[in-house]
Design a protein around this ligand. Structure first.
Ligand SMILES: [Zn+2]
Ligand SMILES: [Zn+2]
Length: 119
C-alpha cells in the first residue's frame, strides 16, 4: 500500500473503520463480506470525523458543551498503542477542555508523566 493509503471497512458505502494494515483488513469479517476498500488516509479520517461529529449532535460527548466540526476534537478512546483504531466505535467527539485542556482531560495523565514524581 503506497504511503498515505489505508484499508477501510465500509457499511452501506460509508467508511466506519481504518484497518491498522493490509493484513488486518485481509482477515476481517468485512473482507469476507466484500466491505473492504483502499483509499487515502486523509479522506478516510475525514469521513470518520464527519460521522463522529454528526453523532455528537454538536455537543461534547463527555461534558455536553457545544462543539463545532472545527472546534471539537476527535479522540480515540483506546489509544493506537493499546490496539485502538480510528473508527466510529473507538472515537468520540469532545471539546478541547475534555481532550487536553483540564486536569481531568482525556490526555491529562500523559502530561502528568512529564512531572517528576515526589519521593
Ligand atoms: Zn467536554
Ligand atoms: Zn485524544
Amino acid at each position: 500500500v503506497p504511503r498515505g493509503r489505508v484499508w477501510v471497512e465500509k457499511i452501506d458505502g460509508k467508511i466506519v473503520k481504518l484497518f491498522r494494515n493490509q493484513g488486518a483488513a485481509a482477515i476481517s469479517k468485512a473482507a469476507d463480506e466484500g466491505r473492504v476498500a483502499e483509499t487515502s488516509r486523509k479522506d478516510a479520517v475525514g469521513e470518520i470525523r464527519k460521522q463522529v461529529f454528526e453523532r455528537s449532535g454538536g455537543e461534547c460527548e463527555y461534558c455536553g458543551k457545544i462543539v463545532t466540526y472545527q472546534t471539537g476534537h476527535m479522540h480515540e478512546v483506546v489509544p493506537k498503542g493499546k490496539g485502538g483504531d480510528v473508527s466510529l466505535y473507538n472515537c468520540v467527539f469532545i471539546c478541547y477542555s475534555c481532550h487536553l485542556g483540564s486536569p481531568n482531560a482525556a490526555h491529562a495523565n500523559r502530561r502528568i508523566n512529564w512531572t517528576p514524581k515526589p519521593d
